[in-house]
Design a protein around this ligand. Sequence first.
Ligand code: AMP
Length: 220
Amino acid sequence: MGGQALITIFLGAPGAGKGTQAAAVARELNMAHISSGDLFRQAVERGDELGRKVKAYMEKGALVPDAITIRMVLDRLTQPSGQKGVILDGFPRNLAQAESLDKAFKEQNKAVSQVVYIKVGEAELVRRLAGRWLCRSCQTPYTRDMGHSDSEKCQKCGGKLYQRPDDAPETVKKRLEVYFGETAPLIEYYRCQGKLAEIDGEGDVKKVTARIVSAVGGRT
Ligand code: AMP
């Protein structure tokens, strides 16, 4: 783990704003941001062996098998980041992954420090996912309400905007089912460990960031 002290997990449904908030909080607190979804998407773009293995699961909105996911994330965690700690975004996604993470950390005398649970109501999740566009270069999200389309450019870096293929309505439904069935039980798992910080994820993006920074920042 290269001397990284704080390991913070961001938990929440698809569309809760985990990616956006993890990037903003990581910048503010000088932490590394590790997103399992981004690692998989990069592998798919490269078209390498990992990418070929995971593509079909992602397109369906299903979870990639635990063995592949756990190996990829633990491997990424061995790379030194030179930063104050790590934010894990999108991992763990079920109990087996959470237990594997705990076991691997125990062997290294480490532990998950804190879990930030970003809470957003279901109607708002669906609204956000259906209208979501992302910058291909820096992953900044935009909503359809802001009048963006495929041909427009990112206001931050000029990158091309695109809609994630797994944001199609049927796949969104599947991803939410997977979340409520497999990932939501982790809320209790971490609450029992006394590690859960519940954050209201609705409203102004910067205000949500400030709420998370004040929950996490006191510990850095
Ligand atoms: P995300 O960007 O976190 O919404 O992830 C996009 C897709 O990548 C998911 O729908 C899954 O197919 C896959 N994925 C990301 N993280 C995990 C994980 N921890 N376990 C299994 N599959 C994952």
